[in-house]
Ligand binder design. Structure first.
Ligand code: PEP
Length: 245
């Protein structure tokens, strides 16, 4: 069985002192078989990469610009993240899709940028509560998968993260049956878009994962790991999630 990929998304949280939590994650990993990543705010990527050098914990960005460089005040390119020591990058998070109007086409362009820079993209998809209640969850999610994945992904390391918008930061989680239904649909879409390469990419679940529900979620069919927000900020919680991987 492939190793689970468990990644923490710190969002806009963390000053320099928070690197102690990252160090505590690295020193508390024990014999986990999971691949582990932490995605701090851009200001901490380089410092975290230095702090975790020589440990198995991968460092990632939370977004990148599609262009290499230029007049894009405030933005960070994939090359800049790689130069700072990142190995991963989260793309198409629902907070970016909703808050910054990111379309599937833009996410696909960012995925191409990540590949160009040698980063492993984690591409996020997920339906809103209104879309689920309208019976459109599968159509929305598979549409996002199809639109957000460039053909260039075939043969490259990447993962998908299914994150129902209504489960992010709310304490609500879908049932295991709901997670398995969406992950099966995502897998079929991945294979349809990318061929055999789509059969290998891990499909992470994200949305209110915590130590008490991680083991059950991570053992569900087609769940290849987890993307963790709030519970990744404290090493003890994140290590509790990893114990279930
Ligand atoms: C996220 O934002 O990617 C996320 C999964 O958040 P949380 O775990 O806090 O729901």
């Amino acid at each position: 069985m492939a190793a689970k990929l468990v990644v923490g998304n710190w969002k806009m949280n963390g000053l320099g002192a928070a690197l102690d939590e990252a160090r505590a994650v690295a020193s508390g990993l024990g014999a986990t078989s999971a691949r582990v990543g932490l995605c701090p705010p851009a200001t901490l990527v380089e410092r975290m990469a230095r702090a975790l050098a020589g440990t198995p914990v991968l460092v990632g960005g939370q977004d990148c610009r599609a262009e290499v460089s230029g007049a894009f005040t405030g933005d960070v390119s994939a090359e800049m993240l790689a130069d700072a020591g990142a190995a991963l990058v989260i793309l198409g998070h629902s907070e970016r899709r909703a808050g910054y109007g990111e379309t599937d086409a833009l996410v696909a362009a960012k995925v191409e940028a990540a590949l160009r820079a040698g980063l492993e993209p984690i591409v996020c998809v997920g339906e809103t509560l209104a879309e689920r209640e309208a019976g459109r969850a599968l159509a929305v999610v598979t549409g996002q998968v199809r639109g957000s994945l460039p053909a260039a992904l075939a043969g490259r390391a990447f993962s998908l993260a299914y994150e129902p918008v209504w489960a992010i930061g709310t304490g609500l989680t879908p049932t295991i049956a709901q997670i398995e239904e969406v992950h099966a649909a995502v897998r079929a879409e991945l294979v349809s878009v990318l061929g055999p390469a789509g059969a290998r990419a891990p499909i992470l679940y994200g949305g209110s994962v915590k130590p008490s529900n991680a083991a059950e979620i991570l053992s569900a069919a087609e769940v290849g790991g987890a993307l963790v927000g709030g519970a990744s900020l404290k090493a003890q919680d994140f290590l509790g999630i990893l114990a279930g991987a």
